[in-house]
Design a protein around this ligand. Structure first.
Ligand code: ADP
Length: 542
């Protein structure tokens, strides 16, 4: 070959080259063949090579003077130093190389072919890189897979150069063990793969948006959501897919996320699909930062269409349920009113016998229970469907408390219980529904009467900052700590044993607490088993 570069020629003509093993020889020939196209580049570089050679000579003379120092440096270096001829036969290896490649000793490594320790798929690359180094491109660096003499897979990072070694030009490689770094890298790649799979399979849409508001990544769910293909979405502004009002809102939260550098969640927007259909979505956004600089946001998008449909269906069925409850309650209550009227007549009828009067009063008591039950169920259903009406107004707290005390006094005295009333005259007013608040207080005092056989029942009120604290206390059965947590749940009744016939519904306290909540107040209970209970209500004053 006329224009054959010096290096290739040297390679062909070299008599000192060691015999290549067969597998390396094949790769070598192939690479030369492929390199034909690069020969022109190599030739240019070879001109420089001459200069390098001259420079090398100078370096050599300096090295000779400091031979011992360099020798020590190379022996103690943690970096491998490997010198090979142009066919990769090892001419010299420092202890670091011996250790890295699992050779028995330096002598054991000499004469071996370095290429035999390179993983087969990297061999071609090593030869090419070496040829470039030989042609004057000092310092080509790459990472290759290698197999040590004892069969271990390692990763090596190499910088190559040419030097004069024992009067001949040779390759020198500085080799670093990159196995740990490569392992970390592999793990990172795996991790990234894991997150990629997560994003690609997520039911929610996932997207990233750059600081200019353009979409830089969208997952398949988002493609489906807006009925467009990824290629047509990437690098388009996200606002293009939002309805008018949503654009304004999104731009605001985008600026907020950037300014405050914090997550913003549960923003409801409208997304325009490719066919012009508008769907409701809920987004969460999280700002992205690199080196403390805002690089955009990650955004998750949930399609709310199905959820909204279900909610609407639920609301519809809730409305139907309430309507049904209202009608049923009305129909149940209407016959009770005349029944109670006639029972009252029998009880007050002078001609009726005591026996009949007794039967009538039992029936009257039970018809009242029926009425309470119907009213309670109706209240629960109204509270559940948020349809309970409240006629709010400014109320005189003292009047209400005195009224309820007056109402309940006879029943308390009937049970021979002491009634302690402490209602200061100067209590502030409250905002509330008079009937509903009276219902709560009657219920609480009613319970106290029901569960107290000895001692007292008390009603107290006091101002506490901007609130009024009302407490109803008794010395009755009390409630255990475990039960106390449950008494405010629907239909919950504490088991009292067969000897106490509790005629309630288990709905009263639930209703009371919900009513107080609607007044922006709080209700809770304190109790000690067999000592008594205290029910407390805190309402904002005006
Ligand atoms: P009920 O209609 O059964 O009274 P409530 O919701 O009003 O339903 O009360 C739930 C349960 O809480 C009652 O069944 C009872 O076990 C307990 N309870 C309520 N008030 C008192 C009280 N003052 N003393 C003891 N236990 C009470």
């Amino acid at each position: 070959m006329k224009d054959e570069p010096k290096i290739v020629k040297e390679l062909r003509e070299s008599e000192n080259l060691g015999k290549l093993s067969r597998k390396s020889e094949g790769t070598f020939q192939e690479t030369f063949h492929e390199m034909d196209g690069d020969i022109k580049v190599l030739q240019n570089n070879l001109e420089k090579d001459k200069e390098n050679f001259e420079f090398g000579k100078k370096v050599d003379s300096v090295c000779c003077e400091n031979k011992e120092l360099y020798q020590r440096l190379i022996e103690n270096s943690s970096e491998g130093v490997l010198i090979t001829d142009f066919k990769s036969k090892i001419l010299f290896a420092n202890p670091a190389v011996v250790k890295m490649f699992g050779f028995k000793s330096i002598d054991d490594s000499i004469g071996k072919n370095a290429l035999d320790f390179i993983e087969s798929k990297y061999r071609k690359k090593v030869i090419k890189d070496q040829l470039f180094v030989n042609a004057g491109k000092v310092g080509v660096l790459d990472t290759y897979g290698a197999i040590t003499a004892d069969g271990k897979k390692i990763w090596i990072e190499c910088i190559g150069s040419t030097i004069k070694y024992k009067d001949k030009t040779a390759n020198v490689m500085f080799i670093r063990d990159a196995t740990d770094r490569q392992k970390t890298w592999d793990e990172l790649v795996k991790l990234e793969e894991k997150y990629r799979i997560l994003a690609e399979t997520s039911v929610d849409g996932i997207l990233t948006i750059d600081p200019l508001g353009r979409l830089t990544y969208v997952n398949p769910s988002f493609e489906r959501m807006c009925m467009r293909e990824k290629n047509n979405i990437i690098m388009t502004p996200f606002r293009e897919y939002l309805s008018g009002e949503s654009i304004y809102l999104f731009q605001h939260i985008f600026i907020d996320a950037r300014k405050m550098n914090k997550k913003i969640e549960n923003i409801e927007l409208e997304l325009i699909q490719d066919d012009g259909n508008i769907i409701p979505i809920k987004i969460n956004i999280c700002p992205l930062k690199k080196d403390d600089e805002f690089t955009g946001i990650v955004c998750t998008v949930r399609n709310l269409t199905e959820q909204n449909n279900i909610e609407n269906e639920l609301k519809k069925s809730e409305r139907l349920k309430t309507e049904f409850m209202n009608i049923a309650a009305h129909e149940l209550k209407s016959p009770v009113t005349p029944i109670r009227g006639y029972l009252d007549l029998i009880i007050s009828d002078a001609e009726a016998s005591e026996k009949v009067k007794n039967w009538a009063s039992i029936s009257l008591r039970n018809s009242e229970r029926l009425l309470t039950l119907v009213n309670d169920i109706l209240d629960v259903s109204r509270l559940d469907s948020d349809t309970m009406r409240f006629d709010m107004g400014k109320l005189n707290t003292v009047d209400i408390l005195n009224e309820v005390a007056e109402d309940m006094k006879p029943a308390i005295e009937n049970k021979n219980l002491e009634f302690k009333i402490h209602i200061p005259d100067n209590l502030p007013h409250i905002m509330g529904d008079r009937c509903r608040l009276l219902q709560v207080l009657r219920n609480l005092i009613g319970n106290a009467i029901k569960f107290t056989d000895n001692g007292y029942i008390s009603i107290d009120a006091e101002r506490e900052g901007n609130h009024i604290l009302i407490s109803i206390e008794d010395t009755g059965t009390g409630i255990s700590k475990g039960e106390l947590k449950k008494i405010f749940t629907k239909f919950y009744q504490v088991y009292m044993g067969n000897d106490r016939n509790n005629e309630g519904t288990g709905l009263g306290l639930f209703i009371c607490r919900e009513i107080i909540k609607k007044h922006n107040g709080k209700m809770w209970a304190e109790s000690k088993l067999r000592k008594g209970s205290k029910f407390l209500i805190k309402l904002p004053s005006i």
